[in-house]
Design a protein around this ligand. Structure first.
Ligand code: 4AD
Ligand code: MG
Length: 457
């Protein structure tokens, strides 16, 4: 008999087509208890966040064997599916057949009690079996699909940009070197210094000038020695690029993307989102739903500085309290703006050019660039974007100053060969997942996190 998937049972229940009858299921024991006369085994088969309750009676010849099946064991059950309108669960399996497929050793670390996130990080190979992480990585998968669906529905072309590169796009000097054993970059594999990409942007821009609307979505690497819940040295980023698009067009796409993804996850992961709302971040669902029906606020960097200065004067404590125009905002400042001042997502725009990357378009004031960061409560910055400098001479001068013109002459070429205004952004996927699920540490939202000083698994 072919195994029935538990997700299909719940789906037919919702569609009103659930039929009673004989089935087989395969999965892992979540819990198993027996009273001597009757036993209850809760089975998860990985296809659904929800478990199937299996009931076995004392008259079952397999009773003694079955009651010994422990949490974590892989089992196969056959029996009759019956609906149970008066019980907490909508249906259950009356077991007739039982097979232990893979027993579980005595030292299995996942027991019925609740485990801390810190403990579970040490067993990254087992944590997808817990409720929290099972829900989290399913939402991660659905969220990735939501992103692709957003762009495909709008005719964007998906571009695969390289992981090994010769440039440090953001110019922040935080790249990992790629070397073989010889370790001399000039005599090594490529004959030139190579590094892992910090951003696919520079490689995706040429495609925008061929297809109009494109995006890349892949892993990026940064050797930032920041030991925070929001920094990983390997993280996934979505980087769209749109030709004939200015900063306000850029922000419109960002806002539509965030809303599309929230709505998609709401629709496709209701059980997981209920779980997060109840056990991880109370009020999460309402908070996200509100975002769907709100308009994102826009604030200039200069306005933000005035607000922060005022806050400090009125006694607000920041670890970094010397607020002045030209400073790089710290995450505590960003969170104050989005959580206290706005109470929701906010775009911060027009940053001083000195603190932003060389490729951003200079504003007419000569001091700021057409950049936008999207800040959200609890997370701070999840998106960094900008209109790109499309004037050849201006970009050339900036690249000369940044000292990257030699390796990036092809990038500058784009301004000579049919250049046009274009804009794009980078959405940090792992931070976005934190925002959507309320699981606030990137060491959890990434299945196998890599951070400064941490490379387990
Ligand atoms: O603001 P960033 O540095 O922007 C860029 O890389 C641009 N090239 C994007 C573009 O315009 N195409 O990074 C974009 C986002 C951040 O807002 C953040 O969400 C995420 O990437 N990010 C990180 N996420 C996890 N760990 C880190 N160390 C991150 N650094 C950036
Ligand atoms: Mg940024």
């Amino acid at each position: 008999m072919q195994a029935t998937l538990i997700k299909d049972l719940f789906a037919s229940l919702h569609e009103g087509t659930l039929a009673e009858g004989d089935i087989k299921v395969e999965g892992w024991v979540k819990t198993n208890r027996d009273s001597g006369k009757i036993g209850f085994l809760s089975l998860n088969d990985g296809t659904s966040f929800l478990n199937l309750q299996a009931v076995y009676g004392g008259d079952n010849p397999l009773y003694e064997e079955m009651k010994k099946a422990r949490t974590g064991a892989a089992v196969s059950l056959t029996g009759k599916l019956v609906v149970t309108p008066n019980a907490p669960q909508p249906f259950e399996l009356k077991v007739t057949g039982f097979e232990l497929i893979g027993d579980v050793a005595d030292d299995y670390p996942l027991q019925k009690k609740r485990h801390s996130f810190e403990f579970l990080r040490e067993i990254a190979h087992l944590r997808p079996r817990t409720n929290t992480f099972n829900a989290l990585y399913r939402v991660r998968s659905v969220l990735a699909y939501a992103i692709h669906s957003f762009f495909f529905e709008r005719g964007f072309v998906y571009v695969h940009t390289p992981e090994i590169t010769t440039n440090d796009a953001e110019g922040a000097g935080q790249s990992f070197e790629v070397v073989t054993r010889s370790k001399n970059p000039y005599t090594d594999f490529y004959g030139v210094p190579a590094s892992l990409t910090v951003s696919g942007q520079l490689h995706v821009e040429p495609f925008a000038l061929a297809y109009r609307n494109v995006y890349t979505f892949g892993p990026t690497f940064r050797a930032e020695r920041s030991n925070t819940p929001r920094h990983a040295s390997e993280f996934w980023m979505i980087e769209p690029e749109m030709a004939f698009c200015d900063l306000s067009g850029d922000m419109a796409i960002i806002e539509a993307l965030v809303k599309h993804c929230i709505a998609y996850v709401e629709e496709h992961c209701p059980d997981e989102m209920d779980f997060f709302d109840k056990f991880v971040a109370k009020g999460l669902k309402e908070k996200l739903h509100k975002v769907l029906h709100s308009e994102f606020k826009v604030m200039t960097y200069s306005e933000a500085i005035v607000i922060l200065e005022k806050a400090v004067k009125e006694g607000r404590h920041f670890d970094y309290s010397k607020i002045e125009w030209g400073m790089d905002l710290q995450s505590e400042h960003e969170r104050y703006l989005t959580e206290v001042v706005v109470g929701g997502p906010v775009f911060l725009i027009d940053y001083p050019k000195e603190i932003k990357a060389f490729y951003m378009k200079e504003n007419p004031d000569g001091k700021t660039v057409a950049a936008c960061d999207l800040l959200v409560p609890e997370e701070g910055e999840i998106v960094g974007g900008s209109q790109r400098e499309d004037i050849y001479e201006v970009l050339k001068a900036k690249m000369e100053k940044a000292g990257n013109i030699e390796g990036l002459s092809w990038y500058l070429d784009l301004r000579r060969y049919g250049g046009c205004p274009h804009s794009g952004f980078g959405l940090g996927f792992d931070r976005f997942l934190s925002y959507i699920t309320g699981v606030g540490n990137i060491r959890d939202t990434e299945p196998y996190p890599r951070n400064y000083g941490n490379l387990k698994y």
